[in-house]
Structures are given as C-alpha cells and as structure tokens.
Design a protein around this ligand. Sequence first.
Ligand code: NAD
Length: 276
Amino acid sequence: MATYVITGAASGIGAASRSKLESAGHTVIGVDLGQTDIVADLSTAGGRSAAAAAIDEASGGVVDGLVCCAGLGSLSRVTGGKLVAVNFFGTVDLVTALKPALERARSASVVVISSSSTTTQPGIPEKLVTACLDHDESEAVRIGDEVTPIPAYPASKLALAWWIRREAVRTEWIGKGIRLNAIAPGMIDTPMTNGGDLDPELAKSLDFYPIPLGRRGRPDEIAAVVEFLLGPGSTLFCGSVVFADGGTDAQLRQQDWPAEWTPTADELTRHFQAKT
Ligand code: NAD
C-alpha cells in the first residue's frame, strides 16, 4: 500500500480523492487550511515550506504520490493575485519541495489539477502565464491583481498545465522515476462552483457552460482519474493533460490538433543533443 499526499483534502475533489484512496487501503496525508492532517496556507512561501516539512515528518521522507487539489475559483471573493499564489505557486513550489521524498519512492506519481477553462475561456492574459512560468511570483501576483480573478484563473491553470509538460520530460523528474501529469476537469459540482461565497450574479453564468453530457461532473469522477494516474495502470503517462469534462473540450475544439511542429535549428540541435 502507498503513501499519498493530497492538498485541498478538506473539500470537493481533494476530499473525494482522499476517500477513494483510503478505501483502497492507502495512507493519505491531507494538507489544507483546516479540517485535515496538516494545516498550512499554500498562498505563502512560509506556508509551503511548513507544509513540506510536516509532510516529510508524517511520511518518513518517502512519498509515493502527490495530488495537488488546493485551489481558489475564479468566482470566489479573492484577489487575482491571491488566486495565482495558491493555484500556481502553491502547487509547483510544493511539488518541487517534495521531489526528494518522491524520488525515494523510486516510482512516484504527481497529479495536479488544471482546468478545462484553459481551452474554453477566451482572453487568457499571456503575460500572467509567462510570469508564472518564469517563477516570478511578485510579478505574477501584481498582474493577477490587475486583471482580476476571472482571467487570472485560466491563466494560473494554463501555466500549471504547461509547467507540468515542460518539467515532466526532464531527466530531473522522469529520469528519477517521478511522473508528472495533470487533470483538466470541466465543471464539477463542489463548493467551488456551488458555494455560498460565490458572487451571485456571476454564479448564474456557470449555468450557461456547455456540457454535452448534460450535467456537471461529480468529485468522485475526478477522484477516479486521480486514482488511475497514481496507480500502476498509468505508467506510460508522462506530461499528459487529461480532460475529464463531459465533452466540453471536444465540442469546442474538435479539430484543434495536431499542432504543427516547426522547430528552429536551435531547438532541433537541443532535441538531438538530448538524445545522444
Ligand atoms: P473546493 O473549494 O471544494 O476545494 C478547494 C480546497 O482548496 C479547499 O479545501 C480549500 O480550503 C483549499 N485551499 C484554498 N486555498 C488554500 C490555501 N491557501 N492553502 C491550502 N489550501 C487551500 O474546490 P474543488 O472544486 O474541489 O477544487 C479542487 C481543484 O480543482 C482546484 O484546484 C480547482 O481549481 C480545480 N478545478 C475545479 C473545477 C470545478 O468545477 N469544481 C473545475 C476545474 C478545476
């Protein structure tokens, strides 16, 4: 049986993942703002390092899998900067801090929760995505505050998906037996989308989100994907972004791939050098 860490374990997708993994006999260490094993605020650098230290102690320094669910939604009453601090930096900094513990497990899996808003919401501020990928937190928070939470949300989730794809293939991760993957859920029925802290006017817009399946997803349906990506059936998944959205992405982007691969001479050289 494995030891898994779940952030955002007190609610929604994180709580559903916890209960699915515990029912299968695994040990789960939860991290959240309250009501779980490790209480930590992942919006701050201090909170992230305290969380990493507490996880190290609770796990004995060996973590088989990390599931990053902690996040703030675009309609929650927070600033865009705070949202970016939790959604992007609260995730990638914890993944990075736990790398030694994941490496000790010899074959570990990291699952982060991105979002189908990355492909369905127009007007994502590119400069915010860039600041995240440059790991410039103060600039990302500044831009997040400037653009407000609604565009900051898909930007934080796009940066997360791209960070996963960039890092997953590097020898520092896959070469050490650590698989990094992301799930991009569509609209899921959780406190994030149906909670009382949503702006009531904006919350009405959620009813217009196109879902070919005809209903919102359930947290346990995302937990099933989490369990798969942690488990032995998914060993070929490395840098994948798995859309679990009842058909929204397929409906809106039916033929949006393949993207043409047109490498520059420099990129080609780097690619072949990496192979030799
Ligand atoms: P939720 O609100 O039920 O759970 C989010 C959890 O994150 C909460 O327990 C909250 O306390 C925790 N959290 C928030 N800020 C934190 C902080 N600073 N430090 C530590 N923990 C913090 O929401 P959910 O729907 O279960 O969302 C889980 C993840 O899935 C989020 O990253 C969200 O963006 C993503 N997601 C959700 C949906 C959806 O429709 N619900 C869709 C796509 C992606």
